[in-house]
Ligand binder design. Structure first.
Ligand code: ADP
Ligand code: MG
Ligand code: MG
Length: 252
C-alpha cells in the first residue's frame, strides 16, 4: 500500500515559522480531511510537501513509500505518484491541456511502455464524460482562461488520468457551485481503492457531504490540534472553530 508519513514538520516562509510540528500518516485506502481556519498553514503544508522552493523545511521528516521525500527532486515526487492539486493552479500558455496530461502520464513510464494516442484518447474521453467536461477542453491551453470551477474540474481530470498513489487536494471545493461540487466528489470517489490515499484540505465541510472521509483533522497554528471521524467535520459545520480554541486554550 502507498503511504505518506509526516513527522514533526516545521516549515518557514521568509524566516517566519508557519508549520510548527505537523504530523500525519496517510495510507492507501484512506481519505483524510484536513480542516482549519484561514491562515493556519494548510496550503503551506501542501506546497512544502511538493517541494516549492519558497518553503523552507527547518526540521521534521516526511517519507513517501518509505523514501525520504525531501531527498527527492520535485519532478521525482510527481513521477513516484505524489499528486498535488493547488489552491491557485497556474496557467501555461502554448501547452494544450491534453498534451500536458499525456506527457505527465508518460513521464514515469519506460520508453516501451508509453501511453499510445489511442489509449490516451479513449481514457480521456471516458474521464471527461465522468466529470461532465466539454470536449473542447482538451485543446485549450492549460488553465488559460479557465473559470475557477473549470480549473478545479481539470485538476480532478488530471487526477483520474494520472492515477497517483497519494494525492493532496488543496481547496478543491472553493468557488464551486453545488453541481460542480458533486462532479468533483464523484471523480475523487472513483479513485477510492487500497492503492490510493488522499489528503483533502478544505475550509468548509460541504465537500465532505459527498466524500466520506475516514479521518478528519483540525489544523490550527501550524499543526493538527484535534482528530476524529466524519462526525468531527459535521460538528465544525455547525459550531465553527471557536469551541476547539476554547477547549484547547488556543489564543489568536
Ligand atoms: P491556509 O492555507 O491555512 O489559509 P497558508 O498556508 O496559505 O494558510 O498561510 C499560512 C500563513 O503563511 C499565513 O499567515 C500567510 O500569510 C503566510 N504565507 C503564506 N504564503 C506566504 C508567502 N508566500 N510569503 C509570506 N507569507 C506567506
Ligand atoms: Mg487560505
Ligand atoms: Mg490555503
Amino acid at each position: 500500500k502507498p503511504s505518506l508519513s509526516v513527522k514533526d514538520l516545521h516549515v518557514s516562509i521568509e524566516d517566519k515559522e508557519i508549520l510548527k510540528g505537523f504530523g500525519i500518516d496517510v495510507k492507501g485506502g484512506e481519505i483524510h480531511a484536513i480542516m482549519g481556519p484561514n491562515g493556519t498553514g494548510k496550503s503551506t503544508l501542501a506546497s512544502a510537501l511538493m517541494g516549492h522552493p519558497n518553503y523552507e523545511v527547518t526540521s521534521g521528516e516526511a517519507t513517501f513509500n518509505g523514501e525520504d521525500l525531501f531527498e527527492m527532486e520535485v519532478d521525482e515526487r510527481a513521477r513516484a505518484g505524489l499528486f498535488l492539486a493547488m489552491q491557485y493552479p497556474s496557467e501555461v500558455s502554448g501547452v494544450t491541456n491534453a498534451d500536458f496530461i499525456r506527457s505527465a502520464m508518460n513521464a514515469d513510464r519506460d520508453e516501451d511502455d508509453q501511453v499510445s494516442l489511442m489509449q490516451f484518447i479513449r481514457k480521456i474521453d471516458d474521464k471527461m464524460s465522468t466529470l461532465e467536461i466539454d470536449q473542447s477542453f482538451q485543446h485549450r491551453y492549460l488553465n488559460e482562461g479557465f473559470s475557477g470551477g473549470e480549473k478545479k474540474r481539470n485538476e480532478i481530470l488530471q487526477l483520474l488520468m494520472l492515477e497517483p498513489k497519494i494525492a493532496i487536494l488543496d481547496e478543491i471545493d472553493s468557488g464551486l457551485d453545488i453541481d460542480a461540487l458533486k462532479v468533483v466528489a464523484k471523480g475523487i470517489n472513483e479513485m477510492r481503492s487500497d492503492d490510493f490515499g488522499c489528503m483533502i484540505i478544505t475550509h468548509y465541510q460541504r465537500l465532505l457531504n459527498y466524500i466520506e472521509p475516514d479521518f478528519v483533522h483540525v489544523m490550527m497554528q501550524g499543526k493538527i490540534v484535534k482528530s476524529g471521524g466524519p462526525e468531527l467535520a459535521k460538528k465544525l459545520e455547525e459550531k465553527g472553530y471557536e469551541w476547539i480554541k476554547e477547549e484547547l486554550g488556543i489564543e489568536d
